[in-house]
Design a protein around this ligand. Structure first.
Ligand SMILES: Cc1cc2nc3c(=O)[nH]c(=O)nc-3n(C[C@H](O)[C@H](O)[C@H](O)COP(=O)(O)OP(=O)(O)OC[C@H]3O[C@@H](n4cnc5c(N)ncnc54)[C@H](O)[C@@H]3O)c2cc1C
Length: 340
């Protein structure tokens, strides 16, 4: 968890529940930005729950020391919790996907006039569950009207039955449709008088899988389900964040123009590239590995574009920068090798 102090009169004093901020750093002479959900926000500070992966931003955040500064933009996000809008809130989180959920939960529970029923299904790989104590306290407090269920994928975990006093613990590698139906019976039996909203936050594969399961169960995902991280759904990171991503700082571009001949040639190539329109990354991949996936068409357009612009840049580099799952990246790289 990282806490950042805010400057006086900061624009981030009132971050809507469920929104995220885009964190920006300079990385190898280019800007790199990544979104992070806000877990706690006061006029003086904000908190993030960050999983340190092997990626660029994770490594940068990991080496930060107390007193270091970080650039942020936002807030962004298409979901905001509004009191009275939902009778029942079904939250499904995986790992750090708990970030927006815990903030919304705390807010609802602090307001005794908010009558929304909240249920949380929280999946983790190990039984080191972030906020386990707090979530257990929330579950055990009868005033809270909140049910918490943990899903843990390690084998040596002690399962707790559904409906017991403690939060239930289910041992499973995935949140299956069976688990969804068992933990959230109202999904199969929606009341015409109650509005149920599902929120999902976790790795993109998990979000897409659960959306698919909910559709198969017959739940109206288009209207009543929000995914926080999957691109192309209502949870898409907004354009501003995408535009910031990994483009050269302006000053660096200006300096480049004054460099040697090779560099001028490079600049001319860049201009040529811009004249031939670069294909736009698809926004509507459903993630279910269709044989006619939109990313296959994109791959063809991209290799055509690189040929026309005379670029020597390996197509793998562009694929590596795409905002898709590591599995799909590996698959596209393999496809591009077959096409060569
Ligand atoms: C709306 C939204 C909200 C989010 N909120 C949060 C949040 O609250 N907390 C949070 O932790 N994350 C959150 N994320 C994810 C976050 O934005 C980043 O995507 C994540 O931190 C990884 O970024 P990165 O630059 O470290 O990884 P990237 O460099 O983008 O790498 C992507 C993946 O490839 C793997 N990888 C990269 N390089 C290597 C390597 N050399 N060896 C092996 N594997 C490698 C990484 O482990 C990572 O899984 C959110 C995402 C979205 C879209």
């Amino acid at each position: 968890m990282l806490t950042f102090g805010l400057p006086k009169d900061s624009v981030f004093q009132d971050i809507p529940l469920g929104n995220h901020l885009s964190v920006r750093i300079e990385y190898n002479g280019a800007y790199l930005s990544r979104p992070y959900c806000v877990i706690h926000s006061t006029p003086q500070s904000i908190e993030f729950l960050v999983k340190y992966e092997n990626g660029k931003m994770s490594q940068y955040l990991k080496q930060m020391k107390v007193g270091d500064y970080l650039e942020m933009t936002g807030p962004q996000g298409d979901f905001t919790y509004t009191k009275g809008k939902y009778d029942e809130l079904l939250m499904i989180a995986g790992g750090t996907g708990i970030a927006p959920m815990i903030r919304i939960l705390r807010h609802i529970l602090a307001d005794h006039s908010d009558r929304a029923i909240t249920k949380l299904l929280y999946a983790n790989k190990s039984d080191e569950i972030p906020f386990r104590e707090e979530l257990t306290r929330i579950h055990l407090n009868p005033v809270n009207r909140t049910q918490v269920t943990f899903v843990i994928s390690t084998q040596n975990v002690k399962p707790e039955p559904l409906g017991g006093a403690s939060p239930s613990v289910i041992q499973s590698d995935v949140i299956s449709s069976e688990i969804l139906k068992r933990v959230f019976p109202s999904l199969c039996n929606p009341s015409p008088f109650n509005s149920t909203q599902v929120l999902i936050c976790g790795p993109p594969e998990m979000e897409m899988g659960i959306r698919g399961d909910l559709k198969r169960i017959g739940f109206n995902v288009e209207e009543n389900c929000f995914t926080f991280t999957v691109k192309g759904s209502k949870g898409e990171v907004n354009q501003e964040a995408n535009l910031l991503e990994e483009h050269k700082p302006k000053q660096a571009q200006e300096n480049n123009l004054n460099q040697d001949k090779d560099q001028q040639q490079h600049t001319q190539n860049q201009e040529k590239e811009q004249a031939i329109k670069k294909p736009v990354e698809p926004q509507d991949c459903c993630g279910s590995c269709c044989p006619n996936c939109v990313y296959f068409q994109y791959l063809d357009q991209l290799s055509d574009y690189l040929k026309k612009t005379g670029s020597t840049e390996p197509i793998e580099n562009t694929i590596s920068d795409l905002n898709i799952s590591p599995g799909l990246k590996a698959f596209l790289i393999m496809e591009s090798k077959f096409k060569k």
